[in-house]
Design a protein around this ligand. Structure first.
Ligand code: NAP
Length: 468
């Protein structure tokens, strides 16, 4: 029986309602060959993944990409099953009974560790947890961060590290125009934090942050940015690499950082200090058992056999007195029940989005299972990077339908899938429920400069919609 017709629509489940989940649905709706029905599942009542819980609250323009996802959700072929967790509320074998194809777009949910002594001390945290806390993610709303400390160290120089530093260094006036949670706003503006260090293990030319992000750090109302002259300079290995691989964006990045190194402090109450070619080797406890100092080693850079500039520790050590540490050295994917996983890479093993399983012979595709976004390629790129990534996966899905390679669900109907969800999670959130919640959040912010005041616990969300 052909699939993708009016009588037998192609039924697809997407697990994860972040940007990649929406781009996957959008690409499926744009193709013209098959009649398709898409159900998007998320373990939270609220959709949009990192756009809601990761993108910094003072970057509302980036968050406005959610309007494009609203347009996807308006399509009558789209349904949302929020507050339904894959692996507990619905399992892989449940979904295999209702869909021809299942796509995992769950992102990368945990942080990487630095692997140094003292990393587990009190007041040493993953930046991802701090980000989720100030963005009001229900799993992190009760986290406590000791902002009575005067000096904070942020390890890593990616865009997440920049976000954390910037939020710590923002004024009340700036934060009051964002949708940061009230608790985080008060905690940050009333904090004792005076100096924030951001540490890069390689040099300024290799820093992972993008140029608009680093430029923004120089424009903060209450914080001066500083870069020690020595840290801003580039060594012979980098000079040779740049001569071989000219890149305008790197030139501009160096220009911005050099300018920071030359500028004098203007006397603002807070300082943000960018350091390069330096790695933490130990977090040292104080008398109360929490972090009190960070021991650092100076690195030299060299060109390795793969043609990449790498750091190598020297014998030169120093210590920074700091009572709070955030490691921001990348995200990491989490295994899903019943789904193949590459623990060493933190991704689902796949070829162009087709999930692979490793049995006795060469890796083989698992019929009907796909992935896209960070759980497919790792935590890299900006939100828009996930659009072509999702397209590659959707193209494989369509090829496989054409080739008859898909799941054979027993009950492939919209009503049967909805009945399953209703039975397992009577309190699930439809897209209309989310839109009601969305309106209530915006309403809560009336009379303030804030774009919305978020519900940060699932109980509050349920109560707001008069659910038990
Ligand atoms: P990232 O861009 O991969 O940066 C990770 C940083 O951690 C790098 O500086 C890396 O240095 C460093 N690092 C890794 N292991 C380390 C170690 N053991 N010791 C010290 N430093 C270490 O990751 P991210 O900042 O988590 O961001 C994830 C993705 O989201 C990125 O693609 C980012 O651009 C994107 N994002 C974008 C925005 C935005 O557009 N505004 C905002 C947030 C995030 P090396 O380079 O030396 O490995």
């Amino acid at each position: 029986m052909p699939i993708g017709t009016d009588d037998h629509p192609l039924r697809v489940a997407i697990i994860g309602s972040g940007p990649t989940g929406f781009y996957t649905a959008e690409h499926l709706f744009k193709q013209k060959d098959y009649v398709v029905e898409v159900d998007v599942y998320d373990r939270l009542p609220t959709p949009f993944g990192l756009v809601r819980g990761g993108v910094a609250p003072d970057h509302q323009k980036i968050k406005s990409v959610a309007r494009a996802y609203d347009r996807v959700a308006k399509d009558p072929r789209f349904r949302y099953f929020g507050y339904v967790e894959f692996g507990t509320d619905v399992k892989l074998d449940d979904l295999q009974k209702h869909y021809h194809q299942i796509v995992f777009t769950v992102g990368a949910q945990i942080d990487r560790s630095m692997g140094i002594p003292g990393e587990d001390l009190a007041r040493s945290h993953a930046a991802t947890e701090f980000v989720a806390w100030y963005n009001g993610h229900p799993d992190y709303r009760d986290r406590k961060f000791d902002l009575s400390q005067e000096t904070v160290v942020v390890v890593g120089v990616g865009n997440v590290a920049v976000d954390v530093c910037r939020i710590l260094c923002r004024s009340r006036e700036a934060l009051e125009r964002t949708d940061i949670t009230n608790d985080a706003l008060e905690a940050i503006v009333n904090s004792n934090v005076k100096t924030v260090y951001m540490l890069g293990r390689r040099g300024p030319a290799q820093a992972a942050f993008s140029n608009p992000e680093i430029k923004e750090l120089g424009e903060l109302a209450i914080t001066d940015i500083q870069v020690p002259e020595r840290d801003a300079s580039i060594g012979d290995a980098t000079k040779a690499f740049m001569a071989e691989n000219p890149d305008k964006s790197t030139d501009r990045k160096l220009e911005i950082i050099q300018q920071y190194a030359e500028e004098k402090r203007s006397g603002k109450p807070k300082s943000l200090v960018l350091r390069f070619c330096i790695s933490p080797v130990e977090l040292i406890a104080g008398e109360d058992g929490g972090v009190a100092k960070v021991k650092l080693v100076k690195n030299e850079l060299y060109l390795n056999e793969r043609g990449t500039i790498r750091p190598r520790a020297t014998e030169e050590f120093e210590e920074i007195e700091a009572g709070l540490v955030f490691r921001s050295v990348g995200y990491y994917g989490v295994a899903l029940p019943g789904v193949p996983f590459r623990k060493d890479w933190g991704v689902i093993p796949n070829e162009k989005g087709r999930v692979l399983v490793h049995e006795s012979g060469p890796d083989a595709p698992v019929p009907g299972l796909y992935c896209a976004g960070w759980i497919k390629r790792g935590p890299s790129g900006v939100i828009g990077t996930n659009k072509p990534d999702a397209l590659e996966t959707v193209q494989c899905m369509l090829e496989d339908i054409e080739g008859g390679k898909h799941l054979s669900p027993e009950a492939p109907s919209r009503d049967a899938a909805r009945d399953l969800v209703r039975e397992r999670k009577p309190n699930y959130f439809s897209y209309a429920d989310w839109q009601e919640l969305d309106e209530l959040e915006v309403k809560k912010a009336e009379g303030t400069q804030r774009p919305r005041v978020k519900f940060t616990s699932i109980e509050e969300m349920l109560a707001a919609l008069d659910r038990s």
